[in-house]
Design a protein around this ligand. Structure first.
Ligand SMILES: *Cc1c(COP(=O)(O)O)cnc(C)c1O
Length: 275
């Protein structure tokens, strides 16, 4: 792993120029090919960083993708899918309840009134960013008699449009986590700045990793910080070079989305929404 931007992977560029041009997967074969391509790039990034490819989990992100194509991805071997919005994924939970070994990771901001759904149906929640949500989730999980793997989301880009704790608040937040026994904290999650400048993107990932390394030194018992969920279609290779253990990849597997990113991450007024 690189200690700074001069490391062996420092030439790796973002793939943000692919934006809107990822080919749409419309058959099981298409999915197999796209998954193989992404796995190949993950392996190459691991090689550059001197890491074992088995230390990186690929989480395919199926938001905006309709049921029929999700079933093709399932047929191609996907058993774990990421979704950003509760309204959308709860419809999918109903429609695809027959796929009993398909697990769902909720990777987007959660409102407390939706905590019950996550507690009941999700296998993982990656966007924990407030004590209110932690409390609501923990209460609902206890009622369901289950525990949930969670990631604490940190805002590493400093953009007001991105969710997540300020890096400086994270230590205090983690100290509260033992009060929520149904939440199994696995690590930290972030979204990098959407920029074609690889160095700026890389800074976000370095920040999350160094924050994790620091927090690990006096982490409360039972709180795991092994995992770093960072990197998406445009930047997962850089994220892996900087220590990602989970990459959340949508468009490079499913194809370009029609929904603009501003739907998920409202841009600041006047900011360039094309990012
Ligand atoms: C949509 C989304 C991703 C994946 O983005 P792609 O550009 O489709 O790879 C990753 N993380 C979060 C939180 C998302 O909402």
């Amino acid at each position: 792993m690189n200690q700074d931007t001069q490391g062996p992977g420092s030439d790796t560029q973002t793939q943000h120029d692919q934006h809107g041009r990822w080919p749409k997967a419309e058959s099981v074969e298409d999915f197999r090919r796209n998954l193989a391509t992404v796995h190949g790039r993950i392996a190459a990034a691991c090689e550059r960083a001197g890491r074992d490819p088995a230390s990186v989990r690929l989480l395919p992100v199926s938001k905006t993708v309709e049921e029929a194509r999700i079933r093709l991805a399932y047929a191609a071997g996907c058993r774990y899918l990421g979704e950003n919005k509760l309204q959308e994924v709860s419809r999918k939970w109903d429609a695809m309840a027959d796929l009993t070994d398909l697990k769902w990771s909720v990777i987007g901001h959660l409102q407390t009134n939706k905590a019950k759904l996550v507690a009941r149906y999700a296998a993982e929640f990656q966007a924990l960013d407030s004590l209110r949500v932690a409390e609501a989730l923990d209460r609902r999980l206890q009622a369901e008699g289950r525990a949930l793997d969670v990631f604490v989301q940190v805002n590493t880009s400093g953009e007001a449009s991105k969710y997540g704790l300020h890096p400086d608040e994270t230590a205090a937040f983690l100290r509260q986590m033992p009060s929520f026994p149904a939440l199994r904290v696995r690590g930290l999650m972030t979204l990098a700045v959407f920029s074609a400048e690889a160095a700026r993107v890389r800074e976000c990932f370095i920040l999350l990793r160094s924050l994790r390394d620091r927090l690990r030194q006096d982490c409360p018992a039972g709180i795991g910080l092994d995992d770093l969920s960072m990197g998406m279609s445009g930047d997962y290779e850089i994220a892996i070079e900087e220590g990602a253990t989970v990459v959340r990849v949508g468009q490079a597997i499913f194809g370009a989305r029609n929904t603009p990113d501003s739907y998920y991450w409202p841009t600041d007024p006047g900011a360039d929404s094309a990012a």
